[in-house]
Every structure is written in C-alpha cells, then in structure tokens.
Design a protein around this ligand. Structure first.
Ligand code: NAP
Length: 286
C-alpha cells in the first residue's frame, strides 16, 4: 500500500474536499458510547484532512452534538456536512433547522448543507432558503441527497440549480445502480457523488469476492471496497465516500484505503463479481 496522501475532490464551487470522509449515523444515540465516539472522531480530525457527514435526523440531533464536541476548536481542520429533514425544508423551517444544527455543532458555518431526501416542500423554496443561508454565511454551500434522475432534472431547471454541490446517494460495490443513468447525469452537471453506506452497512467487510484482492495487496476487504469507489479516472468528476465506524482503529484503516491502488485487472475481477447495471432501476435508498 502506498502512503495515504488523501486524494481530494473538487466541488463545482471550486472547494476541494477529502475523497474519504467519516459517517456518523447511529452516533449520539447511546450516552455510554458518547465518549468513545467523540474520541474516535477527534483522532481522525487530528490525523486530517477530514470531512464529517452528519444530519439533524441522526440520534435526533445527538450525532451533531457528538460531532460538535469532537471538533471543538478544530473546525478549520474539518469540512462539516449536515442535512435538513424534508419535513423541515420549508422556507422558514430550513433556516430554523440550520440554526439548531449550528448550535449543536458549535460552529458558525456548516460547510455543506444537504436536503436529506425530497419531500413535500417545493424544491424551489428549499433552494431559496439554502441560497439565503449561503448569503448569510451560515452555510458554505448546499446540495441534495437521495435524488434520482427526475429529481435532479427538476433541480437543474431552477435558476440556482447549478449551484448544487453534490448528491449524496447509496453507492457501493454491491449497489451499482447509480452507474446506469444517475452518475452520468451528475457528471454532465459537473457534480461529484457522495457515496453513503460505501461498505454496504458492513456487508462488504468480509465479502468473499473481495478477499483474494485484499490478501494480494496486504489490505482489508473494507479498504478494497473503498479504494474501488476512489479508483482514479473511473468515476469523474469524482466520488467522496463516507464510511462510518465507531472505532478509531477502523476509521484509520478506512482512511488508509486512500493509499491503495487497484489495477485494471483488479477492477475487472470486481466487475465480474459485482456486475454493473444494464438498465435503469429506481435509486435505492436506506
Ligand atoms: N443520506 C442518507 O440518506 C444516508 C443514508 C445512510 C447513511 N448515510 C451516511 O453515510 C454514512 C455511512 O453509511 P453507513 O453507516 O450506513 O454504512 P457503512 O459506512 O457502509 O458501514 C458501516 C458499518 O461498517 C462497519 N465498519 C466500518 N469500517 C469497518 C472496517 N474497516 N472493518 C470492519 N467493519 C467496518 C461499521 O462498524 P463499526 O462502527 O463497529 O466499526 C458499521 O457497522 C452514515 O454514517 C451516514 O453519515 C447517509
């Protein structure tokens, strides 16, 4: 494995963010786990560069509060992503939700603020609220999550639609559906994907199809699954993967996947084990 200088991905607004980030779903739910969660995230941020993905939904604000404690005094070293719940995404509700998240995170700005999935509020109203939050300096940029092609097209038709920084989607070796139409559409819009559940919620970490490549490269199956998402030149304009781990050791192991180079023959083996899609299927969502 090569030294893991973290590759960076450029957002459409020109900001460069680490291609490997940290998920936080299921953090902040159990008081007895809080200290370890904070310590693990803090260690990862200190090892930097870091991107942390969280949401007001996770632990009903608990995950944002864990992140806030972990990054206290270190926001300059971490790119913070959070999400507004669709039920809150009205013009006033979006602003109020963002202010609650800022408070829990203990920061003055959320670097990237996403609509968690499309809900009943008009997209144009949510985007207007996002733009107001950008103008006020409360968020650095905005994006969406769980948007399939039709939703993205509706977004692109809005005057500010081109300022959408990313679409956070369920994308992993065992979930390649987005490759058929969605990723090409995002590429045409210059929008990198943010791949959630990149280890397929842990289902890939012992996967027999990954084992031979992992053994050959002296890596773990989790690292092979993450390196596949980051493979150079395969998924322009880039993928940002946000694996979640509650353990500092596994976070470091996942970060080191940035130094793993898969060769074309490895990619071919993985294509045989995890067949790319041949037709459009609705975007899967967890
Ligand atoms: N936008 C959305 O709708 C959406 C939906 C789902 C997830 N997300 C985001 O994406 C993040 C990641 O997704 P996810 O949490 O669903 O699943 P994931 O990252 O694919 O997998 C997490 C699971 O893998 C285990 N794991 C992680 N690294 C490992 C390693 N190196 N070796 C062995 N096991 C390992 C974790 O266990 P331990 O914790 O015990 O290490 C955990 O059980 C979430 O935390 C969240 O931030 C967003």
């Amino acid at each position: 494995m090569q030294p893991s200088a973290t590759p960076m991905v450029n957002l459409p607004d020109g900001r460069a963010v680490p291609a490997l980030g940290l998920g936080t779903w299921r953090m902040g739910e159990r008081p007895e786990a809080r200290r370890a969660e904070v310590a693990a995230l803090r260690a990862a941020v200190e090892a930097g560069p870091a991107l942390i993905d969280t949401a007001e939904m996770y632990g009903d604000g608990g995950a944002e509060s864990v992140v806030g404690e972990a990054i206290a005094g270190m926001h300059d070293r971490v790119f913070v992503v959070s999400k507004v719940l669709p039920s809150n995404a009205s013009p006033a509700g979006t602003v109020a939700a963002c202010e609650r998240s800022l408070e829990r995170l203990g920061v003055e700005r959320i670097d990237l603020y996403l609509l968690h999935w499309r809900g009943r509020w008009k997209l144009a109203d949510t985007v207007d609220a996002f733009e107001r939050l950008v103008a006020q300096g409360k968020i650095g940029g905005w994006g969406v999550s769980n948007f399939d092609v039709a939703d993205l097209d509706a977004l692109a038709a809005l005057p500010a639609g081109a300022r959408c920084a990313t679409n956070q989607i369920y994308y992993a070796l065992s979930q390649r559906g987005p490759e058929f139409e969605l990723l090409p559409r995002m590429a045409a819009l210059g929008m990198p994907a943010m791949a959630y559940s990149p280890l397929d919620e842990g289902r890939l970490v012992q996967h027999p199809a990954l084992r031979p490549i992992a053994t050959e490269l002296g890596a773990s199956c989790a690292q092979v699954a993450l390196a596949w998402l980051l493979a150079e030149g395969v998924r322009a304009p880039g993928v940002i993967a946000i694996p979640k781990s509650a353990s500092a050791e596994r976070m470091a192991e996942n970060a080191a996947a940035a130094g793993l180079r898969l060769e074309p023959r490895h990619l071919a083996v993985l294509d045989r084990a995890f067949t790319p899609p041949r037709r459009k299927a609705p975007l899967a969502m967890i």
